[in-house]
Design a protein around this ligand. Structure first.
Ligand code: SF4
Length: 474
């Protein structure tokens, strides 16, 4: 899913914010996540030192990216893996569709992969006449609803078990139930025959170890392992930033990833993949492909502030922590990557015209940085991106300029703010002019460009120099 500019975002965000049922589901899910996270962290004393170690490894990995990717490619190719570097989403899609067509594949099973969401793989496969079936339970549910995931870890976070029961009854013709084990059993039974008839499995990659040429996939349902071993062809898709130097580095990531993502000590399945099956292997794919995707990541790499976004493990914790995400959910962002991490990577991945508004969709409260397992300074990056948007240039991304009236107003304010006497005089004039329109000291509706403020909160009538505090909601 690709963002489609600010207007679509504002309209979807307003609808989502007014949806009380959605707000309740998101709040429940986020609260549960933090309860589990608190327990997982409290029983693991080295949590903070593991975060520091993981961050140091990511710093090193991004610093040595060229060298590590070359080493990874060489090790994998030596074992028969076909490695393809895709400059953009279209190149990655075309390559995967070509491999499927050449092998006569009619059905593909997919493990959960945000990178394939980013490149819009499912519609491309569908267009080529190839059925793509999501096999992660949450992804399977949202695919049945023909909608994108609304969270990078829990794709169906916006649905209740009752919603899923109704969906299965309607789409799969099963008797209605809202019992989670019964619903899981239905999906399991349906997917089993799909796995056995698929000619290709497609998954993401959580870590790619350069030293050993190992692709690591972590998941909880076993579907990822099925996708990588049962079909004749396995295609793994990863961003360039997933490479890490050494096998021993993995332990630090595995200690923190499951804890921050789901509050577990360890994910249920950790698969180490090294290539197609050998002559004496009893199972495994006959062909393995690795698609290594750039799609704007080298632009991030070239920006000294933004490059930190490449440390991301896609754990999803910053989404759960973010007051904006918790209010509007993932669909409103209209990006494969919603929430705080989405707001900092989407402009580079999808273009500033489509997603340059997302860095503004934040309160800058800092909760995302606090919870991030590799301590990415998301608020700093958000401010950096806002600066780029407002200044209308810098870096290698073609950032659109803020409208002339906004730049002019910001310039006037900057000049006035340098002179306290001028600010006091402006406050007194404002208080005099606005007082007649106030109720209990607040304005319910403001005209012109100020209307956006009072759409969601009241504005305090200026005190004329005595100070005033705002109130949050209408
Ligand atoms: S930015 Fe940090 S918290 Fe957010 S998804 Fe990435 S690793 Fe997780």
């Amino acid at each position: 899913m690709e963002p489609s500019g600010p207007d679509a975002f504002y309209a979807a965000a307003a609808r989502a914010a007014a949806d009380r049922e959605l707000n309740r589901k998101l709040e429940n899910a986020s609260t549960r996540h933090f309860e589990h996270l608190a327990v997982a962290v409290s029983e693991f004393a080295p949590y903070q030192s593991e975060r520091d170690a993981a961050r140091r490894i990511k710093e090193e990995s991004i610093e040595r990216l060229d060298e590590l990717l070359a080493e990874l490619k060489q090790r994998l190719e030596a074992r028969g893996v076909k490695v393809f570097f895709a400059e953009d989403a279209a190149a990655a899609r075309d390559y995967i569709v070509r491999v499927a067509r050449q092998a006569g594949v009619r059905r593909v099973v997919k493990g959960k992969s945000m990178t394939t969401e980013e490149i819009g793989l499912n519609p491309a496969l569908e267009q080529a006449g190839i059925e793509a079936v999501e096999t992660d339970l949450g992804e399977y549910i949202v695919q049945l609803r023909r909608e994108p995931p609304s969270h990078i870890i829990t794709p169906a976070i916006h649905l209740s078990k009752e919603d899923i029961g109704e969906l299965f009854a309607e789409k799969l013709g099963t008797a209605y139930t809202s019992d989670p084990p019964a619903l899981t059993a239905v999906a399991r039974e349906r997917l089993r025959e799909v796995f056995l008839s698929a000619g290709m499995g497609i998954t993401g990659v959580n870590f790619a170890v350069a030293e050993t040429g190992t692709l690591v996939v972590v998941e909880n349902e076993g579907n990822g392992r099925f996708c990588t071993t049962s079909p004749d062809i396995h295609v793994a898709v990863m961003g360039i930033e997933k490479v890490i130097p050494r096998f021993e580095d993995l332990s630090h990531f595995l200690e923190i990833l499951a804890r921050t993502a789901t509050g577990q000590r360890l994910t249920a399945y950790t698969s180490f993949l090294s290539g197609p099956r050998a002559a004496d292997d009893r199972d495994g794919p006959r062909e393995t492909h690795l698609v290594v995707l750039d799609n704007g990541r080298t632009r991030m790499l070239a920006d000294p502030v933004l490059r930190e976004a490449l440390y991301c493990l896609r754990c999803g914790a910053c989404l759960n922590a973010c007051p904006v995400y918790r209010h509007i959910g993932g669909h409103a962002y209209k990006s494969a990557y919603p929430g705080p991490i989405g707001s900092i990577v989407s402009p580079s991945l999808f273009g500033a015209g489509a997603a340059g508004h997302l860095p503004f969709a934040s309160t800058l409260c800092g909760a995302c940085k606090e919870v991030c397992p590799v301590k990415i300074d998301i608020p700093r990056i958000l401010l950096h991106l806002r600066w780029k948007m407002t200044e209308g240039g810098g870096g290698q991304v073609a950032w659109p300029q803020a409208p002339a009236r906004v730049r002019a107003a910001a310039g006037w304010f900057a000049r006035a703010a340098r002179y306290p006497s001028m600010m006091r005089a402006a406050g007194r004039i404002g208080a005099f002019l606005l007082k007649p329109f106030g109720h209990d000291g607040y304005l319910r509706r403001m005209p012109g460009p100020f209307a956006a403020w009072t759409r969601v909160r009241d504005f305090p009538v200026p005190s004329g120099g005595n100070g005033a505090s705002g109130r949050e909601t209408k």
